[in-house]
Design a protein around this ligand. Structure first.
Ligand code: PGA
Length: 255
């Protein structure tokens, strides 16, 4: 079966980086590049740290670059000090939110059950949830990659999701921030596996975008993004440099 060509999504995960001035400079530069190339055949998204979201939304307005959160709470409001409700992100102009990033699974002990509840809250708020899954190096070494992906995905994705409000990101934990990446063949095998699961679970499973994430940069973007069933990238470190992020977007768009 040949993979459906979906419009790629290039998502920048800024993580806990950057001053307000740096965030402003980054979005302003991306905005200018995007304006110079209005027919870019890719969707662009940036996910700034929470305190910068509103400012970045303002500067991105009308640019065609979407803004997203890096996490959200399961509840719509209440006594949850330090947390952010999905509806607040939506109210601030966000269109997306990342849930279940491996750094949150590791740093905050987030289980797939919790991630599913966050994704559900995101959908209820009208956001598109980017649900992250990925195996550790130890899991990979013992040949458990596909089993880990299956169980994380099954546990993390809300049953009522659809292609308009769900994106899946495959991010091998050992590839994040390390400069190491799986081979295109390995990426192809995992993405084909994810596609099969999504098609089994969802009517429009063929149209749900599956991003690859983990040490994507300008120099490897073309080889990773042209793998079948790779519909874009979730980019960490390289998304903090506008020329790198832009080069990845161009590679995704095939321009
Ligand atoms: P990286 O991060 O591109 O810096 O490896 C990717 C991610 O964690 O989303």
């Amino acid at each position: 079966m040949t993979a459906m060509r979906l419009r790629p999504l290039i998502a920048g995960n800024w993580k806990m980086n950057g001053s307000r001035a740096q965030a402003e400079a980054l979005i302003s530069d991306l905005r200018a590049r995007r304006a110079a190339q209005p027919d870019l055949a890719a969707d662009l998204l940036v996910c700034p740290p929470a305190p910068h979201v509103m400012r970045v939304v303002n500067l991105a307005e009308g640019s065609g670059i979407a803004v997203g959160g890096q996490d959200c709470h399961t509840k719509a409001s209440g006594a949850h000090t330090g947390d952010t409700a999905a509806a607040m992100l939506a109210d601030c102009g966000c269109r997306y939110v990342i849930v279940g990033h491996s750094e949150r699974r590791a740093d905050h002990g987030e289980t797939s059950e919790l991630v599913a509840a966050k994704a559900k809250a995101a959908l209820a708020a009208g956001l598109i949830a980017i649900v992250c899954v990925g195996e550790t190096e130890a899991e990979r070494d013992r040949g458990a990659t596909l089993d880990v992906i299956s169980s994380q995905l099954e546990g993390s994705v809300p049953a009522d999701a659809e292609a308009t409000n769900l994106v899946v990101a495959y991010e091998p934990v050992w590839a994040i921030g390390t400069g190491r990446t799986p081979t295109p063949e390995d990426v192809a095998a995992v993405h084909a596996h994810i596609r099969g699961l999504l098609q089994a679970w969802f009517k429009d499973g063929a149209e749900i975008r599956i991003l690859y994430g983990g040490s994507v940069k300008a120099s490897n973007a073309a080889s990773l993004l042209h793998v079948p069933e790779v519909n874009g990238a979730l980019v960490g470190g390289a998304s903090l440099k506008s020329e790198e992020f832009w080069a990845i977007a161009l590679a995704a768009a095939g321009s």
